[in-house]
Design a protein around this ligand. Structure first.
Ligand SMILES: Nc1ncnc2c1ncn2[C@@H]1O[C@H](COP(=O)(O)OP(=O)(O)OP(=O)(O)O)[C@@H](O)[C@H]1O
Ligand SMILES: [Mg+2]
Length: 250
């Protein structure tokens, strides 16, 4: 039997007051797979990630994460789930009073008992993977937005999650830094066997990373499939999205 998906959205509906944001949204993310969620601003991409994390609840339908219906979880079970599934926020949400290395060590200290040497070795590993060694002793305030994001990714990985969700990892940074973050996320994907969901309106990022892509459009899933299927699609809404996006490139 094939392995069940890690994330599964089954006919999910979500409204805020009178505003229906998601209508009958279904897609899945296999274990170890990277799925990019594309769509215009305000279409419900961040809401989708928050549903997967259990920060928001669906009005109807089911959000299944690692075999569990997230909508049924109470607070303590959600906290448990967040050890498996972690989200990298745009802001980074780093501890300002801790250095880069200390930020990365934080989830390691929270976990099962480990010696200082073991923690140091692991911090080194993540500093190295995310190319952060030169800034290990700096505080977040002195880092650029892009660097903060790299630290946030390292800290998220140090918690040893099974899945990582990124919300717009390349927005608000300059093109060079954006390129660097894409490279880092691609490297993380290659070197850590992790299920990833990346929300973006950056189709360059999506092309580089995605095994499959979801296009959210007017509340629904307009497209779900591979890059090759996306390129072959003649759907006008999909073509228009891709065309606008390529025009927006620098
Ligand atoms: N907690 C909330 N309360 C009320 N409305 C909300 C809430 N969260 C999101 N919304 C609304 O849901 C819609 C989708 O929001 P969402 O943040 O998912 O968009 P998005 O696709 O991530 O857009 P962007 O690309 O600009 O980040 C928006 O109209 C937003 O105002
Ligand atoms: Mg958003």
């Amino acid at each position: 039997m094939p392995e069940p998906p890690f994330f599964e959205f089954r006919h999910v509906y979500k409204s805020f007051g009178a505003r229906e944001v998601l209508r009958d949204v279904s897609f899945e993310v296999g274990r170890g797979e990277a799925v990019c969620i594309l769509g215009r601003s305000g279409v419900g991409k961040s809401v989708t990630l928050k549903l997967a994390m259990g920060f928001l609840r669906a009005d109807a339908g089911q959000v299944i994460t690692d075999g569990i219906d997230v909508g049924t979880l109470r607070e303590s079970a959600l906290t448990e789930m967040h050890k498996k599934v972690t989200m990298v926020f745009q802001s980074g949400a780093l501890f300002d009073s801790l250095t880069v290395a200390e930020n990365i060590a934080f989830p390691l200290q929270e976990r099962a008992p480990a010696s200082d040497d073991e923690i140091d070795a692991e911090v080194e590993h993540w500093l190295d993977l995310l190319e952060l060694k030169p800034v290990r002793d700096l505080y977040p305030a002195s880092l650029s937005t892009g660097m903060k994001r790299a630290v946030a990714i390292a800290r998220a990985l140090a918690a040893h999650p099974q899945a990582i969700l990124y919300d717009e990892p390349t927005t608000m940074v300059d093109p060079m830094m954006s390129h660097m973050i894409v490279e880092l996320i691609a490297k993380v994907k290659r070197q850590v066997r992790l299920t990833s969901v990346v929300v973006t309106h950056d189709t360059q990022l999506a092309r580089k990373l995605a095994d499959r892509l979801v296009l959210l459009h007017e509340g629904g899933v307009r497209f779900f499939g591979t890059l090759a299927e996306m390129d072959a699609s003649t759907d006008p809404a999909l073509r228009e999205f891709l065309q606008h996006d390529s025009l927006a490139l620098p």
